[in-house]
Design a binder for this molecule. Structure first.
Ligand code: HEC
Ligand code: HEC
Length: 296
């Protein structure tokens, strides 16, 4: 038992680290500050640079802003959306909400609240100012992180409650895993390689936690085409709303300021796995783990 507790703690820390690594640099202006120029993001109206948002530019939670957001949440939202934002009788789960997953510093939340949304105080939600919206955003993103860290999904004893047959069907069907994997080739014997908790980790966060990719890992490539010039392709160095940089095959560094005219195409081999977080249900997660564990 103490053994499994230690493992659990180690893994919780690991998930935290990995989740942290998925995050990009905090936006200029310091943690918690809105991206300069505001907006951006899907539905943020800014021409959608962030329509290309992916694993590389998740929101970096500012803990202090999240704490302030928690107070606003408690005053205005908790009765409907529940204590840990996992939903209640009168409002949906916000941790599993695509709106929240796509939100960056209020980019999605802002418009919803501007348009008009019920508040516990009965005040018009459009009265919440942009700082308060960001604080709420940080609070909700912190809940998403906590859910991953503390979810019963990550307790070993719950992992194998899945239905392997249903997992197999999902693997070859709606889960689309077979587009990239084969259980007789790259995933052959994977059940012997990882215990259930590690397995779940692996398919939720296959990206190596340390360094740029680690040994032999697939790297994220990016192709940038300036309005006037030839396209440059290389290994992604950094990307956010404002800048993008890469190293070409000769190791040379190239950097650009992002504008709507600058075409940026990111090819992240781990994108499919990042997207999984958006569409996988708890049941899918259990089923697929149970299935992969049968591949010994
Ligand atoms: C009186 C109940 C109630 C209160 C209070 C309330 N909500 Fe909601 N909320 C709902 C309901 C019902 C929906 C689903 C229907 C809709 O989108 O309007 C929803 C939807 C949402 C969504 C969209 C979720 C999705 O995935 O589509 C977000 C985000 C949200 N609420 C955030 C908040 C925040 C933040 C607060 C507090 C500032 C809040 N809500 C207060 C009831 C409430
Ligand atoms: C678009 C391609 C793609 C899709 C779709 C995809 N994966 Fe992956 N998966 C990868 C890549 C890339 C890796 C990293 C391993 C590597 O570098 O070869 C990976 C790694 C993994 C690993 C870890 C393998 C190991 O040996 O450590 C597991 C397990 C896994 N995926 C399961 C799944 C499951 C289950 C699904 C479906 C829900 C899925 N994958 C969908 C591309 C994909």
């Amino acid at each position: 038992m103490p053994d499994s507790v230690a493992l659990w703690v180690r893994r919780a820390a690991l998930i935290g680290m990995v989740a942290g690594c998925l995050g990009a640099q905090p936006p200029a202006g310091g943690p918690g500050a809105p991206p300069p120029g505001g907006r951006g993001g899907r539905g943020g109206g800014g021409g959608g640079l962030l329509a290309q948002a992916g694993a590389a530019d998740k929101q970096v939670v500012d803990e202090e802003a999240a704490e302030r957001g928690k107070k606003i949440y408690a005053a205005e939202c908790v009765n409907c959306h529940g204590n840990s934002a996992r939903g209640g009788q009168n409002g949906p789960d916000l941790v599993r909400s695509l709106v929240v997953l796509h939100d960056r510093y209020g980019s999605e939340l802002g418009p919803i609240l501007k348009k008009g949304h019920p508040l516990q105080s009965g005040a018009p939600s459009a009265n919440l100012n942009s700082t308060q919206v960001q604080e709420l955003s940080h609070f909700l993103h912190a809940r998403v992180g906590d859910t991953l860290r503390t979810s019963p999904l990550f307790h070993a004893q719950n992992v194998l409650t899945g239905d392997a047959k249903a997992g197999e069907a999902w693997f070859n069907g709606a889960g689309k895993c077979s587009q990239c994997h084969s259980v007789t080739a790259d995933l052959k014997g994977i059940g012997a390689k990882y215990d259930p908790v590690d397995m779940q980790q692996k398919f939720l966060f296959p990206k190596p936690a340390f360094g740029r990719g680690g040994r032999g890992a697939k790297q994220t490539m990016v192709t940038v085409t300036p309005p006037s010039g030839p396209a440059v392709t290389g290994v992604l160095d950094k990307i956010d709303d404002f800048n993008v940089s890469l190293r070409d095959k000769d190791g040379e560094y190239h950097g650009w300021t992002r504008t709507p005219q600058l075409k940026v195409k990111v090819d992240d081999p781990f994108q499919a796995h990042a997207d999984l977080l958006e569409r996988i249900s708890d049941k899918n997660m259990h089923d697929i783990t149970a299935y992969l564990e049968t591949l010994k």
